[in-house]
Design a protein around this ligand. Structure first.
Ligand code: BT5
Length: 240
């Protein structure tokens, strides 16, 4: 472990390497205060949803925040996604949310969010954001980093500070008025109006993304009838 530091009044645990900051955060969640952050320089087994691999070499921001809202809510993922969008804006990079858990710049993914719960009350918000890390060959067409967008190396500390500032704000808003959070999600979700294909546990469904509803689900127009999707993997049909 490198050390424990503090950024805007919270405990930050900085690790050299860990399998997954989410797993580490879940293992300590009961013993540490809400808001504790785990950051790792590298993850040896960074993970995405459904056991997928998250590529996490040195130079990126791989972090997990422990929240204790007292309940589990599928909309918590949007606290992470909006915080990343706002952080990128602070560094002059426009981005949008690809429902439900990706942040994209143009047509490429710059960040992914993985929310996991620990029991009924504790939630870990894992955020992987490509900052200065190299993008591996196999992801060149689909992934992008802040370095690539800005042309300069960006200190990880300043990205983390900005991210935590926005996370605090969106978490507060979520607790006070989740509809306000969802209104912002709707505004930032760039897939609305586009034709998409969603793969979920119920199978594959294709249609035009119409809205993100207040419960966090995606509303699709499938040949004139509206279908609600609670969760899934979205792929975009080309614009032209
Ligand atoms: C995600 O999953 O996008 C959630 C990623 C969450 C990562 C953070 S890092 C800190 C914390 N600790 C963890 O162990 N995880 C969290 P999903 O929607 O399933 O997307 C996974 C897919 O994204 C992979 O199958 C790849 O196609 C792609 N991918 C992997 N690494 C990437 C990277 N560094 N940048 C962009 N795309 C990547």
């Amino acid at each position: 472990m490198l050390g424990v530091e503090r950024i805007i009044g919270r405990k930050i645990m900085v690790l050299d390497e860990v399998s997954s900051t989410n797993d580490y955060a879940k293992s300590i969640a009961d013993e540490v205060p809400e808001g504790t952050v785990v950051v790792a320089k590298r993850q040896s087994a960074g993970k995405g949803r459904k056991g997928r691999k998250w590529v996490s070499p040195e130079g990126g921001l791989w972090t997990s925040v422990i929240l204790k809202p007292g309940f589990v809510d599928p909309r918590i993922v949007f606290i992470g996604a909006l915080s990343v969008v706002d952080t990128l804006a602070d560094f002059g990079i426009p981005s949008g949310i690809k429902w439900p858990n990706d942040v994209w710049v143009g047509e490429r993914k710059i960040a992914g969010i993985l929310v996991e719960s620990k029991g009924e009350e504790h939630v870990v918000v894992g955020i992987g954001l490509n900052v200065n890390n190299p993008i591996p060959e196999e992801l060149r067409d689909t992934a992008v980093s802040m370095f690539e967008m800005s042309g300069e190396r960006i200190p990880l500390e300043s990205v983390l500070k900005s991210l935590m500032f926005h996370l605090d704000a969106w978490y507060r808003i979520f607790k006070e008025d989740p509809f306000l959070l969802m209104a912002k999600v709707r505004e930032r979700t760039f897939i609305l109006g586009r034709f998409v294909e969603v793969v979920s546990e119920d199978g594959k469904i294709a249609g035009r993304a119409v809205d993100v509803l207040d419960d966090g689900s995606l509303l699709l127009d499938v040949g004139g009838s509206l279908k609600k999707v609670l969760y899934g993997d979205v792929s975009l049909r080309p614009l032209w």
